[in-house]
Design a protein around this ligand. Structure first.
Ligand code: PPE
Length: 308
């Protein structure tokens, strides 16, 4: 997963030199906010999918933790483009991170400097090619999702991912590919790194923000695409057993894209159904710039990546 260059605090450095001190605040306390963004190949070169929305969420996440970002929205947008072109990437997973750096220890980070870095590399099918085609096996985690009044799930902060990591490790040890977390009320929230949708009698449902989910940009895109395709989409609390009895279940995320779920807790849902397949297809066309209805979601990287 290596590329040549990483953008760090305003300039490009070699991949191996993008390092921090061991007493970096974020390393001890999780005080970072980050994004996961994808760029896809289109006829006009690589284009970043919903870059503005991702940067806005990064800015919101930073604000949640009173972290002033030393770069403007436009600076960050240009930096994302720069990282893609400098590495000659045709498609990429892009990882911007803003973190409380080296300088103070203790739990009040406001005096610590804020470092910002943006890396990009090629990251294939997050849940496996087979998962994308035939669906993944998921399991409800015994770990509950962090609550709105413990760590707000709506901000994408480093520390909160300990919750996802516990869930992911538990389910993988048990032989499943992905964890689905319930909140403290027992309602469905997210996968360890994805939002979740169920399809029942042609209607899509996905948990609401108040359930303690990350407000996913892929989730938002799929809701909009599905409504345009004529499906009813509800944001409502989902009980665990609704997953077992659903006609179709799929998860969405920048890394995971649109990935079918073939079973939950060994209750078979089966091969990807027609709604999942349709949305997967439209999403694929959209991100590759082949669906003019959603062209405004693509931010073309101006400098064409060199061949190779
Ligand atoms: N929920 C969680 C908990 C989550 O981490 C993600 C993204 C989503 C939902 C979907 O959000 P969005 O990407 O905006 O559609 N997870 C990121 C990190 C994955 C990782 O392993 O790192 C991602 O997909 O980039």
């Amino acid at each position: 997963m290596e590329a040549d260059k990483i953008w760090m605090n305003g300039s490009l450095v070699d991949w191996a030199d993008a390092t921090v001190h061991v007493l970096t605040h974020a390393l001890h306390y999780g005080t970072s906010v980050f994004e996961g963004i994808r760029a896809y190949e289109t006829d006009d070169g690589p284009a970043v999918f919903r870059l503005d929305q991702h940067l806005l969420r990064l800015e919101r996440s930073a604000a949640q933790y009173y972290m002033p970002l030393p770069f403007s929205h436009e600076d960050l947008r240009a930096a994302v483009h720069q990282v893609i072109s400098a590495n000659g990437l045709h498609e990429a997973y892009i990882r911007p991170i803003a973190l409380r750096g080296y300088g103070v220890m203790g739990l009040n980070p406001v005096e610590a400097p804020v470092d910002v870095a943006i890396a990009a590399w090629v990251w294939g099918a997050y849940l496996g090619e087979d998962g994308l085609k035939h669906g993944i096996k998921a399991k409800i985690s015994s770990w509950r999702r962090i609550g709105n009044n413990t760590i707000p799930a709506t901000a994408k902060a480093g520390g909160q991912y300990l919750n996802s990591i516990l869930a992911k490790m538990e389910t993988q040890h048990a032989g499943y590919q992905e964890a689905i977390l319930l909140n403290e009320l027992g309602m469905v929230t997210d996968g360890s790194g994805e939002n979740i949708f169920v399809v029942k009698d042609g209607v899509l449902s996905t948990p609401p923000i108040s359930a303690s989910i990350l407000e996913g940009i892929t989730r938002n895109s799929i809701m909009e695409i599905a409504r345009t395709e004529g499906y009813e989409v509800l944001e409502r609390d989902l009980a665990r057993a609704e997953l077992y009895h659903a006609d179709e279940v799929f998860v969405t995320g920048t890394a995971a894209e649109v990935c079918p779920v073939r079973s939950v807790d060994d209750h078979l849902i089966g091969e990807p159904g027609p709604v999942t397949q349709r949305l997967q297809h439209v999403f694929h066309e959209v991100v590759h710039g082949r669906d003019p209805r959603w062209a405004h979601w693509l931010d073309p990287v101006s400098a064409k990546a060199p061949a190779g």
